[in-house]
Design a binder for this molecule. Structure first.
Ligand code: T4K
Length: 387
């Protein structure tokens, strides 16, 4: 019998028996979308849970990002990271904005604030950093630059649902933040997303923008888009929220198991826990140093595949390597992002991932390291023999 495929993630669903009565209610009401009661309730529940002032629900994170840029009238050039999912930069492209790539810092793979200033031109209007893997960017340094140069900051926080720094939601930083509730995310509404904003007026404008710019039956205030979340997904999201804390506990357990098991393997780096941060354990990336580990990231990827385990190379290739972007001047000189992108593989991580699978992955990596150790000691032995 073929072994079950283990994928990098597996969506968490709410109990079906709790969803059915909500579906029955929606069937009865015939109110399916356009700011229905579940949509309103979900927005409030999310704001309370996350500890943020206002949440504007969206059909997905990409549309939320596109609308966030529209909301703030961002034009010209925007400084961003090449080390992310393509949607981060595509949202700029769809708004006719030129992305300017700046290299990342190696510690957490986020946009390096120390390199931003050199990339600012008279055309620069905003910075679009990404909290990669849910690890907070250096928000104070970024805000400081934005204040000096009069730039807006929009965070792509697609990975950062539930993350807190010094007890406060990471979504409270910048002018706006967007999150994704895609099936592959820590918190999912199948497809979905949101913009987090700080005041009622901005929320009102965003709500117009996601509903064709309609203010009332006879008034259209902006060239908006249709990016609304429907009632079924909002009701589903309300249930997901009830169970989110247990999801995080389960993810933390698996993360700790990986961390412990990888501690003494030379040539494999994992990301540190940040002391001041409550993490959401969204991803478990490891970084392979081919010289030290003796095998490349792709060797690991293939070896896992042989065991029917499918890691993912998030984020390889870099966004700046795709045809749309590779001709940009800023697509060059991204040495750290290139290096990291060649080293990374995200290991499977989801709440019901069995411990035995984690053990299999760990022993596979240990065995690969063992082979390398043997090779090295044979080489040393041969060299000392020759002397
Ligand atoms: N900004 C950032 C930084 C992002 O990472 C993303 C999305 C966005 C913006 C945009 O947000 P959204 O518009 O998506 O809300 C996946 C997701 O599709 C994408 O949402 C996510 N980032 C990205 C990092 O990962 P793929 O191309 O890797 O998806 P796919 O279909 O290969 O699925 C990944 C794994 O999950 C597979 O092993 C299969 C498994 N899977 C997937 C789905 C959809 C399941 O087991 N069940 C499922 O239902 O992009």
């Amino acid at each position: 019998m073929e072994k079950r495929k283990i994928l990098v993630t597996r969506p968490q669903l709410p109990p079906l028996n709790e969803f059915i009565p909500l579906l029955a209610d929606i069937w009865e009401s015939r109110w399916l979308t356009n700011n229905g009661k579940y949509h309103q309730e979900f927005e409030k529940a999310l704001a309370a849970y996350l500890g943020v002032p206002y949440v504007c629900l969206f059909a997905n994170g990409t549309l939320a990002l596109m609308a966030a840029l529209q909301c703030l009238h961002i034009k010209g050039e925007v400084i961003t990271t090449p080390y992310s999912f393509v949607a981060s930069t595509h949202a700029l492209w769809w708004n006719g904005i030129k992305p300017v790539f700046v290299d990342i810092e190696p510690g957490f793979c986020n946009l390096d604030p120390k390199r931003i200033e050199a990339a600012i031109t008279p055309e620069t209007t905003a910075i679009l950093p990404v909290h990669v893997y849910g690890n907070p960017c250096e928000v104070d340094a970024i805000q400081n630059l934005a204040d000096i140069y009069g730039l807006k900051v929009i965070y792509d926080a697609a990975h950062a649902f539930g993350v807190r720094q010094n007890g406060s939601s990471i979504l409270n930083f910048g002018d706006l933040s967007i999150v994704s509730f895609h099936a592959t995310k820590v918190f999912n509404t199948i497809e979905g997303g949101a913009i987090i904003c700080h005041d009622q007026k901005t929320k009102r404008r965003i709500d117009y923008l996601k509903n064709f710019g309609i203010a009332n039956e006879t008034t259209v205030v902006a060239p908006g888009i249709n990016a609304k979340m429907n009632e079924l997904q909002a009701a589903y999201g309300l249930l997901q929220l009830k169970y989110f804390d247990t999801v995080i506990d389960a993810r933390q357990h698996i993360t700790n198991k990986y961390r412990e098991g990888l501690k003494h393997i030379a040539g494999i780096r994992v990301l540190e826990e940040m002391e001041t941060v409550d993490h959401n354990y969204a991803y478990f990336p490891i970084f392979i140093d081919v010289l030290e580990f003796g095998h490349s990231r792709d060797d690991v990827f293939e070896a896992l595949k042989k065991e029917n385990i499918f890691g993912r190379r998030y984020f390889y290739p870099l966004i700046s390597e795709f045809p749309t972007y590779r001709g940009l001047a800023s697509a060059k000189n991204l040495d750290i992002a290139h290096e990291i992108s060649r080293q990374v593989i995200c290991l499977p991580l989801y709440p019901d991932l069995p411990d035995e699978v984690v053990d299999t992955i760990l022993s596979l990596l240990r065995n690969m390291a063992q082979i390398q150790k043997k090779k090295v000691s044979v080489k040393v032995l041969r060299q000392s023999h020759r002397k």
